[in-house]
Design a protein. Structure first.
Lengths: 186, 235
């Protein structure tokens, strides 16, 4: 006998309690892996920035292991793989983390990716997507990317830049309209 | 998508008009990314966090009707979800949020923070003490008021379990007029968002009790590295 799920409702504008702890820097000094910065802007259907969104990420460690009892229990290096950020007045969010390793999938490994969830006033249910890394050869064989029609696939590829010696991946989230980000039915 | 869940575009809730995706969601297989999740790692709460009448840390308790809100968190197979974090937030008794974006003319309560968190116990049961929130005016339409509600955020065991929702109170005439509440397509599903008065939870001369049970999507047991069927029967 299965129970019906509790329906979602919008997060609304007053969720700052969720941001009471700093959760944008995922890597501690002991965390192995290549340091990267993820940043971007959340846009609405008018291409206006969304200044009241919450962005959450969930990612594997540098070896492609999630910190979870079903994969690798949380260890001493302080890495949980979870991040949470509110967009600022310009709709911007950011995270400082490590590049995730490839995670097993249905046919071999998936391309390295970060799982992304977006919550906001005006979203009655949160939106889920993934961020992939520009230039990664594994993207061509990824089981999730290959389910997405070609022109829209690019919306999930974060663009790399190396300004001031730091590796930055830019990933905008377009909620609606031209260039709308692909969102998943998980 | 689940037939009980609200659509993304619900024009009566005006903010959805510019924020709802227009393209269909793309189904994806259940991999290790979907069946793991941050829930087990995000669990730092202290006992004081679950009492919103006192967790502002001031000398006096918050003003308003003291309530106890309790319930059980289970997955869709009925298994209790133990030791999972629940975060809640709400307006004060006058309907005012402690947030710079709420400047409407209802008084702030210096003794009320409006945020709390707790962990479900080994049986999936949670318990908060708070005050009943007031109705809150918003600008969605003429003379619009949100019914009294408490926001809930839960992780559950997996990325797919994540839920943000709102709990409503029984007998509130504002629900019928509220587009956020009415975006939920069926009356049975809307009813599941309304807490039930629970006299067995009510503490004499202290607080009224309400019960609000929550059902989350479970993880799919073992993520498979062999070909994985997409999750069956999203109810």
């Amino acid at each position: 006998m299965t129970a019906p799920l509790t329906p979602p409702q919008t997060i609304g504008p007053f969720f700052h309690g969720l941001l009471r702890e700093e959760q944008q820097a995922l890597a501690g000094p002991q965390t192995p892996g290549e340091r990267i910065r993820i940043e971007g802007v959340v846009f609405d259907g008018n291409r206006d920035p969304v200044p009241d969104a919450a962005v959450e990420i969930w990612q594997a460690d540098a070896e492609g292991r999630y910190r979870h009892p079903a994969d690798r229990p949380a260890g001493e290096d302080g890495f949980t793989g979870f991040g949470r950020c509110g967009t600022d007045d310009g709709g911007r969010y950011w995270f400082e983390t490590i590049r995730p390793g490839p995670v097993p999938g249905p046919d071999g490994h998936q391309a390295p990716h970060i799982n992304v969830a977006v919550f906001a006033r005006g979203l009655l249910h949160h939106l889920c997507t993934r961020l992939y890394f520009e230039g990664d050869a594994a993207n061509g064989a990824d089981p999730v990317l290959s389910r997405i029609p070609e022109p829209r696939r690019a919306t999930l590829i974060a663009r790399r830049s190396d300004a001031s010696g730091k590796t930055v991946y830019r990933f905008d989230v377009i909620l609606q309209g031209d260039g709308e980000t692909v969102f998943f039915d998980l | 998508m689940n037939a009980d869940f609200p659509p993304y575009l619900y024009a009566a809730y005006r903010a959805t008009v510019r924020r709802a995706p227009q393209q269909a969601l793309v189904p994806v297989p259940q991999t290790r990314s979907e069946v793991t999740g941050p829930g087990p790692a995000v669990s730092a709460v202290s006992p004081d966090d679950s009492d919103l009448t006192t967790n502002m840390g001031t000398a006096s308790p918050a003003a308003g009707e003291r309530i106890i809100v309790t319930g059980r968190v289970v997955d869709d197979d009925g298994n209790p979800i133990s030791h999972t974090v629940i975060e809640i937030w709400q307006a004060n008794a006058a309907g005012r949020y402690r947030h710079r974006r709420d400047q409407h003319h209802a008084p702030l309560d210096a003794n009320f923070l409006g945020f709390g968190c707790t962990l479900t116990d080994e049986n999936g049961v949670y318990r908060f003490t708070s005050i009943r929130p007031g109705a809150y005016p918003w600008e969605n339409h003429e003379n619009a008021w949100r019914p009294a509600h408490i926001h809930f955020s839960l992780f559950g065991p997996a990325w797919v379990s994540r839920l943000v929702t709102q709990m409503y109170f029984p007998g509130d005439p504002l629900q019928d007029r509220d587009p956020i509440f009415n975006s939920v397509p069926t009356s049975a599903a809307r009813d599941r968002l309304i807490a039930k008065y629970a006299h067995d939870v009510t503490a004499p001369a202290w607080a009224l009790g309400f019960r609000f049970d929550i059902v989350l999507r479970g993880s799919e047991a073992t993520p498979s590295e062999s070909p994985v069927p997409t999750r069956a029967a999203k109810r």
